[in-house]
Each structure stands twice: as structure tokens, then as C-alpha cells.
Write a protein that binds this ligand. Structure first.
Ligand SMILES: *[C@@H]1O[C@H](CO)[C@@H](O)[C@H](O)[C@H]1NC(C)=O
Ligand SMILES: *[C@@H]1O[C@H](CO)[C@@H](O)[C@H](O)[C@H]1NC(C)=O
Ligand SMILES: *[C@@H]1O[C@H](CO)[C@@H](O)[C@H](O)[C@H]1NC(C)=O
Ligand SMILES: *[C@@H]1O[C@H](CO)[C@@H](O)[C@H](O)[C@H]1NC(C)=O
Ligand SMILES: *[C@@H]1O[C@H](CO)[C@@H](O)[C@H](O)[C@H]1NC(C)=O
Length: 401
């Protein structure tokens, strides 16, 4: 008799557990307060469970990760790990959700990482994570807290290692190389899940690791990225980099038909996406400039030929010269006030420009191969942006009083 009843209760328990795992916000604190605390003679502190309800707010774990404030039992139910308290009465535990290969999550602020992260790995692996949308959620932001994969081949194609995103609306390029600190926005389509697949190849001997933070963004949230923006920046100033941007040369070499070999590119092939900047109130235009390092804008042509040890290579190109790889900035004006008269920039130098076109967006395009276009040792770009206050509006206000 007893074992049978036990089995029945076990069944109900597992069923509840399954439901819980599909919810974004763990429902109903009150259900669990009993289980968490009545057994520990806590009636004197908690006469009515309802009185200790607390918000499932974002908290910071002892290790500095983002978590959600839950009870111990709720955290166990969602396969989270507890780290520190998040309510003054000690009932709330900061619950960290970490997932690895083959796993999925419908929870906001989930960390997806390589197996045994931060321990590195080497060799042939394939690893997939699935992001399930929360109700009324339109996008997710994926922060590459750590992203170390093999470099692309000399043509910029991710042939050995790659990160591929499937199920997202919009254009998500295949990404490889060094991308720690980068991020992407992905868009849920018809409430379907989005999968990230990371593949590595034993043909490259490299210690790799990755750790991504996935933040879900509700459809009515002001921090949604505008359509077409794979990356979205909101600060007044910042630095944007092409994927796998780095000052070091790519070790891969390109061999021409005549058997001459040249240095490969770090710039990734087959990309076409928007890098957007949220226009802060009171700011009307944006200035784009290349970063200080000597390879900070090396997008086409033979960078090895124009590269100098210090200072910037002097080889800017605009307009019709830019047909393979380039960045697009709408309606730009040089800082001396001269209109550029084209929106395309390439070559090995970027002269500072300002634009008042809204929304603030820089589009980056690369073609399928560097070899055919004579592009050698390109690193991509690192550009700084600065939002500029609405001077005209201010002077108008001063005039009118
Ligand atoms: C979207 O999917 C989630 C879980 O997969 C579900 O809870 C939610 O009700 C769905 N929303 C819509 C609008 O279909
Ligand atoms: C997810 O958490 C972030 C804070 O990390 C918050 O800004 C965002 O609104 C949350 N998303 C949802 C869908 O609740
Ligand atoms: C080999 O081919 C490349 C690309 O066409 C050319 O730039 C280079 O000058 C050639 N080298 C020799 C030694 O012919
Ligand atoms: C303005 O600056 C651009 C880029 O440095 C330069 O090409 C152009 O000749 C300058 N125009 C004038 C009028 O000085
Ligand atoms: C590439 O380099 C050649 C030779 O230095 C130059 O004539 C050409 O304008 C450059 N093209 C671009 C797009 O920078």
C-alpha cells in the first residue's frame, strides 16, 4: 500500500517539476514557503507564508554573476545553484542558472558555457544550447563574456571553429576567433526557440573556452534593439569592433594560384549587419573615429604593404572604390565640414566623420572571400563613437530666452 502511494506522489512531484522548468518566472512563492521553512520550526518567524512574498528580482551572486532572487527550493527546481542571500530576512537565495552543452533554458540571465568552464578544452567538439523565449519576449541579448575559438582561414571563413545561431530573425553571421567582450541581439520568431551551436576542430591546436550571458528582453521593453541591429550600444561614447578584431595578424596564410603565400585576414567573411547606437536625449549627431592602434581600420587591400610599426597606414578609400568589404555611415561630413558625398568607407585608414542621420547606425559588409579581392592581413575595424549634443537646439533656446 505505502509504496504505491509514494509512487503516486512522486509522479505528481515530477510533473510539477516539469511545469516549473518551462516557466520564465518561477510561479507562486507561497507554494514553497511551507516546504522550505515549516520543517525547521520557523512558525514564530513566518506565521503566514503570504507575508514573506518577495520580488523575483535580479541579484548578484557571491562570485559576481547575475542571478534571480528565489527560495532554496525554487532554485533547486530550476537546476540553479544558490550563492548568497538576496533578501534581508535570508529567505531569498541568489539563484544562478548555468547551462552547458546539450541543455536549454527559459530563464532570464542564463549563463551558457563550454563544459567545465573556465577550464579550457582542445579538440573536436560540437555543443548546442537552446534559448526558450519567456512569454511576451521578442529578443535576447547574448553577451560573449568569454569567447576564444580558432581564427578563420586566411579568407576570413570560419572553417575550423564556428559559432552558428539558428532560429533567429535577421542576419546573424557565423562567428569564430577572439570575441570576448562582444555581444549580439537575436530575435525570437513566432515564439520559437533559438539555438547556438559551437563547433571546434582538432585540426587546430588551441586551448578554447566560452561563456555567454543570455538576457531576455520583453516586447514592450525600451531596451529592445531596433530592427536590423545585430549590436546595440546605449552609452554616450563607446568603441565598436568588427568580430575577431585584434591587432595581431592571423596566422593562417592565403596561397595564390601562382603559389605565392601572403598573410591571412582576421576580418570575418560573409557579414552584413547593423551596429546601432541609442540616441540619448539632447544628442543630435554622432562622430565616428578610428581607435588609436595602427591596425584599427584595415578593411580592404594589402594591409601588410601599408602597415607601419607606429602610426596609422595612410590608405583611406571611399565610395566606388569600396565594393567588397566596407562600412556604411549615412550622410557623413568630415570634421572640417566638407561632405564626404558617399556613405561607404574601406581601405586602411578612416578619416573622422560626423553624421546627423537617425537612427544612429553603422552597417558593416564583407564578401565571401579575401583572396579574390586582393585583401591581405586585414584586421577589421575598431571605431570609437561620440554622441554630440544638439548645439543648434541649445543656441535656439538661448536666443529665444
Ligand atoms: C511562448 O512560449 C512560452 C514557452 O515556450 C509559453 O509559455 C508562452 O505562452 C508562449 N507565448 C505565446 C504568445 O505563444
Ligand atoms: C531580464 O533581466 C534583465 C536584467 O538583467 C532585465 O533588464 C530584463 O527586463 C529581464 N527580462 C525579462 C523578460 O524579464
Ligand atoms: C601572385 O599572384 C598575386 C595575386 O594575383 C599577385 O599579387 C602577385 O604579384 C603574384 N606573385 C608573383 C611572384 O607573381
Ligand atoms: C576635409 O577633410 C577631408 C578628410 O581629411 C579631406 O579629404 C578634404 O580635402 C578636406 N577638405 C577641405 C576643404 O579641407
Ligand atoms: C588599394 O591599393 C592600391 C595600390 O596601393 C590603390 O591604388 C587602391 O586605391 C587601393 N584601393 C583601396 C580600396 O584602398
Amino acid at each position: 500500500m505505502y509504496p504505491k502511494r509514494f509512487g503516486f506522489f512522486l509522479g505528481v512531484f515530477v510533473f510539477l517539476l516539469e511545469i516549473e522548468k518551462n516557466l520564465c518566472v518561477v510561479s507562486d512563492f507561497d507554494e514553497y514557503i511551507d516546504e522550505d521553512f515549516n520543517a525547521r520550526d520557523s512558525k514564530q518567524y513566518w506565521p503566514k507564508p503570504g507575508l514573506v512574498r518577495f520580488a523575483q528580482s535580479v541579484c548578484t551572486t557571491q562570485e559576481g554573476y547575475l542571478g534571480t532572487c528565489l527560495t532554496r527550493r525554487q532554485c533547486t527546481y530550476i537546476d540553479g545553484s544558490q550563492s548568497g542571500s538576496c533578501t534581508s530576512n535570508g529567505v531569498g537565495r541568489c539563484c544562478l542558472v548555468q547551462r552547458t552543452c546539450g541543455e536549454s533554458s527559459a530563464y532570464n540571465n542564463t549563463y551558457f558555457s563550454s563544459a567545465n568552464y573556465p577550464v579550457t578544452f582542445n579538440g573536436d567538439t560540437t555543443c548546442s544550447f537552446t534559448i526558450e523565449p519567456c512569454p511576451n519576449t521578442c529578443q535576447a541579448r547574448i553577451d560573449f563574456l568569454n569567447f576564444v575559438l580558432a581564427q578563420p582561414d586566411g579568407n576570413g571563413n570560419c572553417v575550423d571553429d564556428s559559432m552558428v545561431v539558428t532560429g533567429s530573425g535577421g542576419n546573424v553571421p557565423i562567428i569564430c576567433g577572439d570575441n570576448s567582450g562582444q555581444h549580439i541581439y537575436v530575435t525570437f520568431m513566432n515564439n520559437n526557440s533559438i539555438t547556438i551551436t559551437v563547433t571546434t576542430s582538432a585540426s587546430v591546436d588551441l586551448e578554447r573556452s566560452y561563456n555567454f550571458l543570455v538576457t531576455q528582453i520583453a516586447c514592450d521593453c525600451p531596451t529592445l534593439a531596433p530592427a536590423g541591429c545585430l549590436q546595440y550600444y546605449t552609452a554616450l561614447t563607446g568603441t565598436v569592433r568588427s568580430f575577431n578584431y585584434g591587432t595581431q595578424i592571423n596566422g593562417a596564410v592565403v596561397t595564390y594560384d601562382n603559389a605565392t603565400t601572403v598573410a591571412g585576414t582576421r576580418q570575418l567573411a560573409n557579414t552584413n549587419y547593423g551596429i546601432c547606437v541609442y540616441m540619448q536625449p539632447g544628442y543630435c549627431s554622432i562622430q565616428w573615429a578610428q581607435s588609436a592602434d595602427s591596425t584599427s581600420f584595415t578593411v580592404t587591400n594589402n594591409t601588410a604593404l601599408v602597415e607601419v610599426v607606429s602610426g596609422l597606414p595612410a590608405d583611406p578609400a571611399t565610395g566606388f572604390s569600396c565594393t567588397t568589404d566596407y562600412v556604411v555611415i549615412p550622410n557623413p561630413v568630415y570634421v572640417n565640414g566638407t561632405a564626404v558625398n558617399t556613405d561607404r568607407f574601406c581601405g586602411n585608414q578612416f578619416n573622422t566623420v560626423v553624421t546627423s542621420s537617425k537612427p544612429f547606425v553603422l552597417t558593416t559588409v564583407t564578401d565571401a572571400s579575401e583572396l579574390t579581392s586582393g585583401d591581405v592581413a586585414n584586421r577589421g575595424f575598431s571605431l570609437t563613437y561620440t554622441q554630440l549634443a544638439c548645439r543648434n537646439v541649445n543656441s535656439l533656446l538661448m536666443l529665444t530666452g
